[in-house]
Write a protein that binds this ligand. Structure first.
Ligand SMILES: [Zn+2]
Length: 146
């Protein structure tokens, strides 16, 4: 189980080795994705809170990267954070998600991306429920549920 110290270690010293890589040019992503998805996933946008019904959905299922179909999160790890974004306490696998220090907006946060295609997913915070204490705060737009 990943904990906050593991997340800081990945962000500072290098991320888990990705199981595979999907790399496309900015033009290719723009052509393949709808404008909102492109802005969020490739330009580090943030959807408005409570803009997705998936925050309140907790039935079983798996959440895949909308850009490259990598399995990112399992509904078993989903919880209601009240933040307005889908929230998870762990990724589906350690290799699925990459971590990066993000000093934008005058805060130091940890950005999370798909480790396969570098799609922006959201941020991870150390204020989630035990036992991991992690809150992966993810744009619903960056995932596809199956
Ligand atoms: Zn991806």
């Amino acid at each position: 189980m990943l904990k906050w110290l593991d997340i800081l270690n990945f962000a500072r010293n290098g991320n888990p080795i990705a199981p595979r890589r999907v790399e496309k040019t900015d033009e290719q992503w723009q052509a393949e994705l709808d404008p909102e998805t492109y802005m969020i996933t490739r330009k580090k946008g943030t959807e408005r809170p409570f803009s997705s019904q998936s925050c309140q959905l907790f039935e079983p299922g798996k959440y895949y990267c909308v850009c490259c179909q990598t399995l990112l999160f399992d509904a078993d790890e989903k919880f209601d954070s009240g933040s307005g974004w889908p929230s998870f306490t762990q990724p589906a696998s350690i290799e699925a998600v990459a971590y990066h220090g993000d000093k934008s907006l005058g805060m130091t946060r940890i950005e999370i991306t798909c480790n396969v295609c570098d799609s922006h997913l959201g941020h991870v915070f150390p204020d989630g429920p035990e036992p991991s204490g992690l809150r992966y705060c993810v744009n619903a737009t960056s995932m596809e549920k199956k």
